[in-house]
Design a protein. Structure first.
Length: 41
């Protein structure tokens, strides 16, 4: 599952550093769920 949102959603400013070329106005959270599948008795 992936959720995307801009920095402004949480009233955050895009980071600006001299050594960075550019930063997209997009934060991406990725969640991965791993669970075994078992048969019911």
């Amino acid at each position: 599952m992936t959720i995307n949102f801009p920095f402004s959603t949480f009233d955050m400013k895009k980071p600006k550093k001299l050594f960075l070329l550019s930063v997209d106005d997009d934060i991406r959270l990725e969640l991965q769920f791993d669970a075994p599948i078992t048969a019911s008795p």
